[in-house]
Design a protein around this ligand. Structure first.
Ligand code: SF4
Length: 448
């Protein structure tokens, strides 16, 4: 069925984005492709000519949330009246053709590997021909700024996520990502640089480099390169922009990378290193490397080169074979207080993964209880580290104001969306203000 878009009116497309920052970066890329092809971009899915739900399917609960979002979008009056609904991202990648029978509300499916074809798929779904008439005013800057998470509404945030690669070759035994996203593929320096440049031109002050495994960037090129080279190139080319690297696996913390962080004032001294566990046996069953002693040495190595480093990690509790004793060891490690921020996730038994077939599966209630216990331990261990920032001076990028007018921003030690914010007496969004930390309340800071 073709819609009638008369005259200069361009069909508009709105997105609903679920899942992690990597999905947000994919949404930003799809929006750019649509804008390049002449589509208009709408913020409100209820008022758009077409709606894309960019799904997450990493674990079962994320799949359920995505399905609910698809049903919600299908129930919008404009969609019920015929606006096409496109389901993109991880869910079509994971479930393939089976989805078409389950989600009859969707007009088309677009797995991660085909997201760059969004304009063709959208033109087909709307019954319009490409190229659309060239209407330049109101175009999005390429790449787009970070997208507000709630309800997919766009907000003019001073940071943007830039994906430096896709896929993963690690095959951690519990993880579906290598099956959903495919093998590791670094994006070229030119691609990354041009995306960063378009964000900087649009006024973005902080670039968050993301991937499933950022530390391996460049290893797959004919002439191999490295994350250290990428970050130092970007740091020198964009000296007024903060650069932050997320999802750095322990093996990715090379001496060369530590040097780059230590030597560039605009590279956040921030290390987000997923450890997942500290028991060597559990790590082997996860198809990962390391041990508690190795991770302790890793932290020492980072701090000896970057003494003001902020450290974040993620841990999985209730992995098959995790006895109460092994869980206690994990708690004991967190109690050491080596990390400023600790993300805790109960193990999710995912169909098709090796870990799902392992003996020693832990009861769901027990997993939830362990996750809460470890979160409490992490809060108690982190609070003094955050409080130790009182009295220090820091630059803060102003992000916006809360409903009650309270202005807030983030310092280099706070990654977007996960680490809390710094409350500020004044400031304009996008401005960098110098403050003294006057107080902290668990993860939040107050700047004077
Ligand atoms: S590193 Fe492991 S957990 Fe992360 S995406 Fe790759 S396989 Fe999954």
């Amino acid at each position: 069925m073709g819609a009638n878009f008369e005259g200069a009116r361009r069909p508009s497309v709105a997105f609903v984005t679920l899942g992690c920052a990597k999905n947000e970066a994919d949404t930003a890329r799809m929006r750019s492709r649509l804008a390049e092809a002449g589509f208009a971009l709408a913020d409100d899915p209820g008022l758009a000519d077409a709606v894309v739900v960019n799904t997450c399917s990493f674990i079962q609960s994320a799949t359920e949330e995505s399905i609910e979002a698809v049903f919600d979008a299908a129930g919008l009056p404009n969609v019920e009246a015929g606006a096409p609904l496109v389901v993109a991202g991880c869910m079509p990648a994971r479930y393939g053709d089976d989805l078409a029978d389950e989600l009859v509300e969707a007009r088309a499916f677009l797995p991660c590997s085909r997201e760059d074809d969004i304009a063709v798929v959208m033109a087909d779904a709307l019954g319009v021909s490409l190229p659309l008439p060239d209407v330049r005013e109101g175009r999005e800057p390429l790449g787009g700024a970070a997208e507000g998470r709630e309800g997919g509404a766009r907000a003019a945030l001073p940071y943007a996520y830039v994906k430096i690669s896709d896929g993963c070759d690690r095959f951690c035994s519990y993880c579906t990502i290598p099956f959903i996203r495919g093998r590791y593929r670094s994006f070229t320096l030119e691609q990354v640089r041009s995306e960063v440049s378009s964000h900087v031109e649009a006024g973005v002050r902080e670039i968050v480099l993301i991937a499933q495994d950022t530390g391996r960037w460049g290893e797959d090129f004919e002439e191999p390169s490295s994350l250290a080279e990428l970050v130092s190139t970007l740091a020198e080319e964009f000296p007024d922009t903060w650069l932050r690297v997320m999802y750095l696996q322990p093996e990715g913390v090379t001496e060369a990378y530590l040097d780059v962080v230590a030597e560039h004032a605009n590279v956040c001294p921030y290390f987000d290193i997923p450890l997942q566990h500290v028991d060597a046996g559990i790590l082997r069953a996860m198809n990962r490397t390391g041990s508690r002693a190795e991770f302790e040495r890793l932290v020492e190595r980072i701090l000896s080169r970057v003494p003001d480093a902020t450290l974040r990690t993620t841990l999985i509790v209730g992995f098959p074979g995790e006895t109460e004793e092994l869980f206690e060891e994990l708690c004991d490690f967190v109690e050491e207080g080596l990390f400023d921020y600790v993300g805790v996730f109960p193990y999710s038994r995912e169909e098709g993964t090796r870990a799902a077939r392992l003996d020693g599966q832990v009861d769901e209630d027990e997993k939830a209880e362990r996750a809460q216990r470890l979160r409490d331990v992490a809060d108690a261990a982190s609070a003094p580290r955050i409080a130790a920032r009182i009295g220090r001076e820091m630059d803060v990028i102003v992000e916006g104001a809360e409903e009650d007018g309270q202005i807030y921003g983030r310092a280099m030690c706070q990654a977007p969306e996960v680490d809390g914010v710094t409350y500020l007496p004044s400031g304009e969004p996008g401005e960098v203000v110098r403050v003294r930390i006057g107080d902290t309340l668990l993860y939040e800071m107050e700047g004077e």
